[in-house]
Design a protein around this ligand. Sequence first.
Ligand SMILES: *Cc1c(COP(=O)(O)O)cnc(C)c1O
Length: 451
Amino acid sequence: MKTKYILDEADMPTRWYNIIPDLPAPPPPPLHPGTGQPVGPDDLAPLFPQALIAQEVSGERYIDIPEEVLDVYRLWRPSPLYRAHRLEKALGTPARIYYKYEGVSPVGSHKPNTAVPQAFYNAAEGVQRLTTETGAGQWGSALAFACATFGLECEVWQVRASYDQKPYRKIMMETFGATVHPSPSEETESGRKILAADPGSTGSLGIAISEAVEKAAGDPEARYALGSVLNHVLMHQTIIGEEALKQFELAGDTPDVLVGCTGGGSNFGGLAFPFLREKLAGRMSPEIRAVEPAACPSLTRGRYAYDFGDTAGLTPLLKMHTLGHDFIPDPIHAGGLRYHGMAPLLSHIYELGLIDALAIGQQECFAAGIQFARTEGIIPAPEPTHALAACVREALRCKETGEEKAILTALCGHAHLDLPAYAAYLAGQMTDNELAEETLAEALATVPQTG
Ligand SMILES: *Cc1c(COP(=O)(O)O)cnc(C)c1O
């Protein structure tokens, strides 16, 4: 009974996959908020290096991964694909459960898969420093690590609530050489405005993005880096799915169901897109399912409309499933899933009916996380417990029907720096915080009226 499917370094994929040319229709472009016209490369140049702007709008199906990036990837890639024999047994299911584990990276999640190329392309174009935001701290630590690797300075705005509650992520970022500010901060116009209105603001990802974007836009030697949402970020993450395809070949199996958690959509898209390519080509037919928290359900309850990516309205307008750019989700434990929008590319694919989505409350998610920890030995980050809860539901359905489905789950990180979330669950102090109808209506009222 094989447990791990391991690829040799020599079998690591050397190209990222861009799904856009394989879709039946292209995703709607980002718009300039002033003119209402699609943004051009010149609009983005103050924020991103040319190589990443080109990738953002590329029509090429595959993009070669630079040798310098492959060298860093080899520190932890290829990542293992596991068969969850012990979880299957505990559930008494005839389903075969597999998980692709990204917690083996230097910071414990999938985020370095894009942080490393982003830092590389910026350094190659002579950029001196990168600014970014972070919520739970996963993305900030990934970018701090990547900047250290390519000799860039790194400045991070961390959502105030996490900055106060999660000192270890801040220490990790500083260990890699980054400077960390709590957000909202006095460092930017956007931060000062929020603090003037609400001195006790605990912040949000939308506010932290405004601060990091504002800082980069005002410094010619700096650029901005985003850890999810954008096309090029989702594309960098496809190395996960490309490896998993090869590993399923080793296992002599094919997934019938694929589940992943969605915050901005990058770990899910990264695993799912190569499988979706195979499905669109008629070579396999997995159901592909995105799972989001009931407290921040952008895909399942948000509006598909043009909205800002940040709170202050400094970014282009993105056509996406959004809860409104002012929306501040309840302080649930899965910090990485607390974003008001969803990747435009994933939103588009959802509208095309190529994937389904559901929202699950955090108590059921942590129950699945604990069952997973006690059987498989890995304590999942709060975010992928959402995927695991959906995986457990599917496995139990199989138990009822007797179907022997193969289920593939994205296990995008471990919880070693998020253990207080488990403490809250074990102490019986966790609530589901489902988004109320009235709160949703109020939040949606802030979505700008565009065509
Ligand atoms: C950032 C993060 C997420 C959410 O971001 P996606 O772009 O949706 O993947 C999920 N899980 C972990 C472990 C994260 O660090």
